[in-house]
Write a protein that binds this ligand. Structure first.
Ligand code: ZN
Length: 536
């Protein structure tokens, strides 16, 4: 393994302390020394005058779970300086897999725009999935969470009901197995069926297992608009009753009526912390959200899985009710002119990608809610959408909080191979956007604080013991960037543009980006949480 000497960089070490000038020596994948003057002997020397050296960015909220099979270098992330992605978020993930319900899980993943490798879902548990990922060779590290959606599907499919005692026991055991094997926690997606079918008590029971392993409970909470406060209360209740460490995923206040409530949400979290709870949040720096178009469809219509959903969309018995409820949800998210169709699978409808729902309705000469239902039917429910439903004031307020980490909510993409596919720019721009726009241009936060929110803070949330800081003895996940030019370039109209300003990214001591160019190296691996259960 090569050794590196980064000379004269401005070191921002991930702890939120003042930047300082120093040399950094990397040996055998580790940070060997950080001091004002280090001798070069045998190392590759990089003159880093004017550049910032920071710990590699840890993306606490990513959906790279399956995309990584297609893009193992995760180019859009590497060029942002990301060295670790936390996957399995929002209750959507690729394990555990019960052979009898494999097809149900595949359907679930497909409506969330997760594409399987050519050989399908060839694993059952965390270890087999992680081994498979390690075999393909990764450009960055992955830290998987157990997805509650996959866990629930493995035991009771997509049924809209409470698990029996026996089923709950099976879910708890399956969760414990995954944590035992090295998963970093549990994620829920409480607006997405089957996660949305879970009552708080089920989540408390599972969170107790997570707490027992000292792992993280990350939640896409039950409401991010009108019911944001109640949804936060539920997350707090789960934390209080189980003793688990809680992460509120992609904190936001969605829909015009709720703009300005970002601060209120932060206060609620602060109060819970003062009460002794370990609760924090993460965020991506954009005014639009992105998820499946099925998020407009009420949960009851999802019961039983995708085939049942399609039947209900087509059935005269349910269409009227569905139209009314889809329209209501659409308006909550800003209305048909603020919802843009992104990912679309069929050749027939590919030209609709990038169009607003209102434009499609016009094109088809029908009401927008009917256009949504028609599109979902034609695409078998696999349609991605971007919802322009947030305010910049909230984005900035939430970003200013010391307790909010940065997470992209995106996935690793390749600008050349994905070109033409409509997507949210967060997959390409999240981290440079915080550094370039929010720290440098708007001055909303200092560079040291911005970096802390992408590194040391996140490592603490996850319980990653040897990453997230520039310190001797830590793993050499590092990024070297130009603070004057770092910038996101991806936009909603032209998303497939890599960020600029990252000069080097090292993963486990090996460069994945060198002089601003992807090296093709694959030093990444699946990180497996050590330590097993905590003994109290
Ligand atoms: Zn989510």
């Amino acid at each position: 393994m090569s050794s590196w000497l980064i000379r004269g960089a401005l070191v921002i070490d991930g702890s939120n302390r003042e930047p300082f000038r120093a040399d950094i020596a990397v040996e055998n994948g580790m940070i060997a020394e950080v001091s004002p003057s280090i001798k070069g002997g045998g190392k590759e020397v990089i003159e880093a005058d004017g550049l910032v050296a920071a710990p590699g960015f840890i993306d606490i909220h990513s959906h790279t779970d399956l995309t990584v099979f297609k893009h193992p270098l995760a180019e859009s992330k590497a060029l942002q300086g990301v060295t670790t992605e936390v996957i399995g978020n929002c209750g959507i993930g690729a394990f555990p897999v019960n052979d009898e319900r494999r097809a149900v899980l595949i359907d679930y993943l497909r409506i969330h725009d997760f594409h399987l490798p050519s050989y399908g879902l060839s694993w059952n548990n965390f270890t087999q999935y992680a081994d498979q990922l390690d075999r393909i060779g990764l450009g960055l590290n992955l830290a998987p969470l157990v997805a509650h959606g996959a866990l629930r599907i493995a035991i009771l499919g997509v049924e809209d009901r409470t698990p029996t005692d026996k089923e709950l026991e099976s879910m708890k055991n399956l969760l414990a197995d995954s944590l035992e094997q090295g998963a970093w926690g549990l994620s829920t997606g409480l607006i997405y069926p089957p996660g949305s079918f879970a009552k708080t008590e089920e989540l408390v029971a599972l969170a107790k297992i997570v707490a027992h392993y000292g792992a993280l409970y990350a939640s896409h909470i039950r409401g991010e608009g009108a019911t944001l406060m109640e949804a936060l209360d539920e997350a707090i209740r789960i934390g209080k009753k189980s003793g688990v460490r809680v992460e509120v995923s992609h904190l936001k206040a969605m829909g015009k009526d709720n703009w300005g409530r970002g601060k209120e949400a932060l206060l609620k979290l602060e109060k819970a912390r003062q009460g002794g709870m370990d609760i924090a949040a993460d965020q991506y720096p954009y005014e639009a959200t992105s998820t499946s178009l099925t998020a407009l469809v009420p949960p009851w219509a999802h019961a039983g899985g995708v085939s049942k959903l399609l039947k209900r969309l087509a059935s005269p018995e349910t269409t009227e009710r569905l139209q009314a409820e889809i329209l209501r949800e659409m308006n909550k998210r800003g209305g048909p002119s603020r919802i843009v169709i992104a990912e679309i699978g069929s050749v027939k409808n590919i030209r609709l990608s990038g169009k607003k729902v209102s434009q499609i309705a016009e094109l088809w000469n029908c009401a927008p809610e009917i256009a949504v239902m028609q599109l979902l039917l034609e695409e078998k429910a696999a349609v991605g959408a971007v919802y322009f439903s947030l305010s910049d004031e909230d984005v900035a307020a939430i970003l200013s909080s010391d307790q909010v980490s940065v997470g992209s909510d995106g996935m690793g993409m390749n600008a050349k191979e994905d070109l033409g596919k409509s997507t949210h720019p967060r997959s390409y721009g999240t981290f440079p956007r915080i550094l370039g726009v929010y720290a440098r241009e708007k001055g909303i936060l200092s560079l040291a604080k911005a970096i802390h929110k992408m590194t040391g803070l996140v490592a603490g949330r996850l319980g990653l013991e040897d990453r997230g800081f520039i310190k001797p003895g830590f793993t050499a996940d590092l990024v070297l960037f130009d603070p004057l030019t770092i910038q996101d370039r991806s936009t909603f109209d032209h998303p497939h543009q890599y960020a600029t300003g990252v000069v080097f990214t090292w993963v486990n001591g090996c460069p994945t980006v060198q002089e601003g160019i992807i090296t093709g190296n694959t030093p990444g691996r699946v990180l497996r949480k050590r330590g097993g259960a905590l003994h109290s």
